[in-house]
Design a protein around this ligand. Structure first.
Ligand SMILES: Cc1ncc(COP(=O)(O)O)c(C=O)c1O
Length: 385
């Protein structure tokens, strides 16, 4: 039989890491999400009754997302304007549809350093001129005005950022957000904003969705992170309606629309978001307090910078100047998993090769058990940073 002529493409390191290692993890302290809810919990917390499910007709939905789910999202994030909302199969689909529609070869696009893989992929795939906004440019919630002018130059088509940033947890203050929007407005650039972890803030208040402040914004959100429903596979974007409509041909050829069953659950969950997020944010807060003490006790081995928001951060386990840090840290993670059943993600998945992603959104007991295993491993190997 003739062999298939498959076009080779390297997968994102993050997804490949999970494909290979997630199933053997006893203690997963790597995630950028919170402890997921069971369906029984969701039904109770969101008041979904048996007859609500039984009454549902499993018909087609519509390209932009059913009215119920769009309105629930709009009421929470963009002043009720459901015309600017599209509900998608995870925010991954919203990212793919909007960036593939928006970006053109030759566009000057500024992408935040170490950004979530798909946000970086689409500008490269479109043949854009990709420039970098260094992660370190954000200090105490702001980007210095001279850096803003240097990086967001006239002619810039778009800036793509994720705040709170996965994995570092770096975020903007409200003042920092306003300064960024002012600069984008000066040059007429689009803001592409991934707010996957927007609902959990540690240092400042939760930021408003920038789509409510600056018209040329495409912002993404998801049920997969702080709402605790990664298995629902629902996300959204808030964007100008003409951009949403322009994505339909691509959606027509790929996923068409969401299941009405999924939309019903998502709409109810969005209406109960305060409850869903509140419980998990409180748990993440307790885990973060424990982690702060733990990191202090292990300061000879690791360095930890407290995140501004979200439920993960970067734990530095190797000297940034060490040669071949990516390989050393990947080996470190593999051994931690093999010998102690504990999963972390190597920072090479995010352009921080000397660190690992440590997630503190999980169940308290599991989180503490994972940190204990990490302690044992660090002490047994005597690895000092
Ligand atoms: C920053 C960020 N954006 C988007 C996504 C995509 O998530 P989903 O497709 O589950 O909404 C992720 C997933 O890890 C993420 O970390």
């Amino acid at each position: 039989m003739p062999s298939l002529r498959i076009r080779p493409e390297a997968p994102p390191i993050l997804e490949e890491w999970y494909r290979r290692h997630l199933s053997s993890a006893v203690h997963d302290i790597s995630s950028s999400g919170v402890q997921p809810y069971s369906f029984a919990e969701i039904r109770r917390l969101c008041g979904i009754r048996q007859q609500d499910l039984d009454g549902l007709v499993m018909d087609d939905s519509v390209s932009q997302g059913g009215e119920g789910i769009r309105q629930a999202i709009a009421d929470r994030y963009c002043g009720g304007d459901a015309d600017r909302v599209m509900a998608t199969h995870g925010s991954s689909e919203a990212i793919a549809l909007t960036l593939a529609t928006l970006l053109r070869a030759g566009d000057r696009v500024v992408v935040q350093e170490g950004i979530y893989h798909s946000l970086g992929h689409y500008p490269r795939a479109a043949g854009c001129q990709v420039e970098t906004l260094p992660l370190a440019a954000v200090q105490d919630g702001e980007v210095a005005p001279e850096t803003l002018r240097e990086v967001i130059t006239p002619g810039t088509a778009a800036l793509i950022v994720n705040f709170p940033h996965n994995p570092s947890g770096v975020s903007l203050s409200e003042k920092g957000l306003h300064a960024l929007l002012t600069r984008l407005d000066e040059v007429g650039a689009v803001l592409v904003w991934d707010g996957a972890m927007a609902e959990v803030a540690h240092r400042w208040e939760v930021l408003p969705d920038p789509a409510t402040l600056y018209e040329r914004t495409v912002s993404y959100g998801t049920f997969s992170k702080t709402l605790g429903l990664p298995g629902l596979r629902v996300g959204w974007c808030v964007a100008p309606p003409e951009l949403l409509r322009a994505t339909f041909p691509l959606r027509d050829r790929t996923t068409l629309f969401l299941s009405p069953l999924v939309e019903l659950i998502a709409a109810r969950a969005m209406r109960a978001a305060d409850q869903l997020v509140g419980r998990r944010a409180a748990q993440a807060g307790r885990n973060l307090a424990h982690l702060t003490t733990w990191a202090e006790e292990h300061r000879d081995f690791v360095r930890w910078t407290r995140p501004d928001g979200g439920v993960c951060g970067v734990l530095e386990v190797e000297d940034p100047a060490a040669p071949d840090a990516a390989r050393t840290v990947e080996d470190f993670c593999r051994r931690l998993l093999a010998e102690h059943g504990t999963l972390l993600v190597p920072g090479s998945a995010f352009g921080v090769p000397h660190g690992v992603r440590l997630g503190f959104g999980g169940a308290e007991e599991e989180f503490r058990a994972g940190l204990e295993r990490l302690s044992s491993f660090l002490r047994a190997t005597g690895r000092r940073r």
